[in-house]
Design a binder for this molecule. Structure first.
Ligand code: GDG
Length: 494
């Protein structure tokens, strides 16, 4: 049993962690990709429980049988929440992707504040709440994930039967100057207060949430101790906490050390003799800073001709939200930049940018991590960024350098051993690339060793334990983290 205080752990997220496809007259089910799946799937596989979410298919399809079969192979139960296609349009493509995603990442000018989206969001959140009430008992622990489902607890608490219910936000939470632009800010904040525990990735996110509450509720009282905050707001009380998410260290380390991966890695090395490979891995998204990264590669080759023929960017771009025009435009911009840079610099035997637009099998991805001398992870704002942690864990040869955006949540844990950059500062990124290129192997090794040790200590199982300890009234062990002011002042003094 995972914890003695409850019966089953019931994880609830927008999507189930699978991709269902109707092929050759039957359903095929394969594991989904993305940060939430990477983090949570090993937790449920190890501990058992239930995962509830939308299966990603239309309301007519009967997907119970294939999901049941997949459940058996994973060691936990998958429970589909069936939604109507029209509701998905407003709740998921509309409110989640066109309002909350940009707003919470600070891109408020990208928001489309449509009333209909908000109505569908509430409708679907209520639908999830009803399903949770049907599937769970008062002895279960219900753990709701991410921005798609911020209003679920409000509906659950309307009934007579109680559920112990926690929430974890995987993406950033902005300060009031951004969040308060949301027309439904009061309702969303009020709904979040209905959870028993709210988890954030960083202390910055948690403090932003508190500042937003203070703006809307003059009677907000906060008591903080280590990574937890006890908040009273009007007649509501909630515990909030900082729980930096991570990955299953052993799972990635074992795969990286496998024969399958090492033979692929050797082949990749042979293809790039005398070159340092710089890796970028991202979902197609405007928050990930990909055009800025490509511009930095171009500028690095212009400013530092000694790098010509010696570095190559390997950019993996995973298709995402392709039906949204803004994402199509971003893809076109990225492909134009890749074409321009390659047209400008390619020479016989050397191509500066290798570009893959697809999702790779995990073993291929891991062999890329292992074969790359640097990872260039430059999101404009990111909740955590698991790719940064995966890169380090897989780098058991300790010869890689992590160049990381200051605006990735991961920076608050990894700041002293990564090279931190402001992704908007193209010159600074080019200098970081050059510094990493010439970094002495012994410095690479000592930095990477410490990075891997940090991630090993605070892995995904530590994350789960800390959240559940906070949910059930004991103080979790604290994760050493620094806020912006601490880590920026150490590298960027005025
Ligand atoms: C959200 C937050 C937060 C990527 N390409 C492939 C592939 N991936 C996997 C990676 C990694 C995951 O996708 C991406 O995770 P990130 O954390 O980088 O980003 P988001 O998906 O945006 O996740 C983020 C996270 O939630 C967890 O809380 O860190 O800030 O935005 O695990 O390995 N997997 C495979 N093939 C690929 O080509 N198999």
């Amino acid at each position: 049993m995972i914890h003695t205080s409850f019966d089953r752990l019931v994880v609830v997220s927008n999507r189930l962690p699978v991709v269902l496809k109707w092929e050759h007259e039957r359903w095929t089910v394969r594991a989904g990709a993305g940060g939430l799946v990477t983090a949570l799937a090993p937790v449920l596989s190890r501990n058992g429980g239930v995962w509830m979410g939308w299966p990603g298919t239309s309301e007519q399809a009967d997907v119970h049988a294939p999901l049941e079969e997949f459940s058996q192979s994973q060691g936990y139960l998958l429970h589909p929440v069936i939604l109507q296609t029209e509701d998905v349009r407003g709740y998921y493509y509309g409110f989640s992707n066109e309002v909350l995603w940009p707003l919470l990442h600070g891109f408020h000018t990208h928001c489309n504040f449509k009333l209909d989206y908000w109505e569908k969001y509430q409708k679907v959140n209520n639908r999830f709440a009803q399903e949770i009430l049907q599937v769970t008992t008062e002895d279960d622990y219900v753990w709701v994930h991410d921005y798609h489902l911020m209003c679920v607890a409000r509906e659950i608490n309307k009934g007579l039967s109680r559920r112990k219910c926690g929430f974890f936000l995987h993406i950033p939470f902005p300060g009031p100057e951004i969040f308060l632009k949301l027309p439904w800010r009061r309702s969303i904040l009020g709904s979040l207060l209905e959870f028993d525990l709210i988890g954030f990735q960083t202390s910055q996110d948690m403090m932003n949430f508190v500042r937003c509450l203070e703006c809307l509720c003059s009677n907000t009282r906060v008591h903080t101790e280590q990574n937890l905050a006890w908040i009273a707001c009007g007649d509501k009380e909630v515990t909030a906490g900082t729980f930096p998410i991570s990955i299953d260290f052993d799972e990635f380390a074992e795969l990286a050390a496998s024969k399958e991966v090492s033979s692929r890695t050797d082949k990749l090395h042979m293809l790039h003799p005398d070159q340092q490979v710089i890796l970028g891995v991202d979902r197609l998204d405007y928050t990930k800073g990909i055009p800025q990264r490509l511009e930095a590669i171009r500028q690095a080759l212009i400013r530092f001709p000694d790098l010509k023929g010696k570095i190559a960017l390997l950019q993996v771009l995973v298709p995402s939200r392709e039906e949204v025009p803004e994402y199509q435009a971003l893809k076109e911009e990225i492909e134009r930049l890749v074409g321009e840079i390659n047209g400008q610099f390619t020479e016989p035997g050397w191509i500066p940018v290798h570009y893959l637009y697809r999702s790779l099998p995990r073993a291929d991805l891991v062999s890329f991590y292992l074969a790359s001398e640097m990872a260039l992870i430059t999101p404009l704002w990111d909740g955590m960024n698991l790719v940064a942690k995966e890169y380090c864990v897989c780098n058991y040869r300790e010869d890689g350098v992590l160049i990381l955006s200051e605006f990735a949540g991961a920076a608050s844990q990894l700041y002293s051993d990564a090279i931190l950059v402001n992704p908007y500062d193209v010159n600074a990124v080019t200098e970081a690339i050059r510094r990493a290129f010439y970094m002495h192997p012994s410095e690479r090794q000592s930095r990477m060793r410490r990075l891997r040790q940090t991630i090993k200590t605070y892995d995904i199982h530590f994350w789960l334990d800390s959240f559940l300890q906070a949910a059930f009234d004991s103080r979790p062990q604290e994760v050493p983290m620094a806020g912006f002011s601490t880590f920026l002042s150490s590298i960027d003094r005025l």
